[in-house]
Design a protein around this ligand. Structure first.
Ligand code: 5GP
Ligand code: MG
Length: 182
């Protein structure tokens, strides 16, 4: 797996110290509020586990399975794989996603929550944000790292379901992209 990575962007220790800072900010912002974290699977499972253990507040969790990507290009539309969502009426919702690219995924999730949930507030938190013109003007309220417009894997992020278990975030090389293409 290591040989499929062109270069490592963030080692685990770097990610975890950034999560310490993010968790500190989030804990201050949500102190005294009823918080529900909605995490977007599969990509955010490691991010969620590491971030939430650093937030010393009472909170509830709901996980949504959503897909928008096929290979290394966004399909431009997203699919929800579940019909019902947790009751967050009057609660403050923080959406966690792995990476903000075009912004379509986050926009669709926010729209669904705004329309169906009765949440007191809806904010979003992403580990990575690509520096590019975003199709949907979705703003993430909390961002771990700004990255160049390259396809990255590891620390939860996949390429056709491979590489999620890499402990770091790295840029996948062209040869590996071809080899795992489908
Ligand atoms: P958006 O809807 O913002 O274009 O896409 C967001 C979703 O696409 C993310 O939740 C993630 O699953 C996937 N994605 C976007 N960029 C990358 C990337 O560089 N690597 C991986 N592995 N997934 C990505
Ligand atoms: Mg995702």
């Amino acid at each position: 797996m290591q040989g499929d990575i062109d270069r490592i962007l963030y080692h685990e220790t770097t990610i975890l110290s950034r999560l310490d800072e993010m968790a500190h900010t989030i804990a201050k912002d949500y102190e005294g509020k009823e918080l529900t974290v909605v995490s977007i699977l599969n990509g955010s499972f490691i991010f969620m586990a590491d971030l939430l253990r650093r937030i010393p507040l009472p909170l509830q969790i709901d996980s949504w399975s959503v897909s928008s990507y096929h290979g290394t290009k966004s399909k431009g539309r997203i699919e929800f794989r579940q019909n019902s969502i947790a009751d967050v009426t009057g609660r403050h919702v923080l959406i966690l996603d792995d990476i903000l690219d075009s912004g379509l995924t986050l926009r669709a999730i926010k729209d669904r929550l705004a329309a169906e949930s009765g949440a007191a507030s809806i904010r979003s938190c992403v580990l990575l944000r690509k520096k590019l013109q975003r199709e949907a003007a979705t703003v993430a309220d909390y961002v771990g790292f700004e990255i160049p417009d390259e396809f990255v894997v590891g620390y939860g992020l996949d390429y056709n379901e491979q590489y999620r278990n890499l402990p770091y975030i790295g840029v996948l090389n062209e040869e590996a992209i071809r080899r795992h293409a489908r």
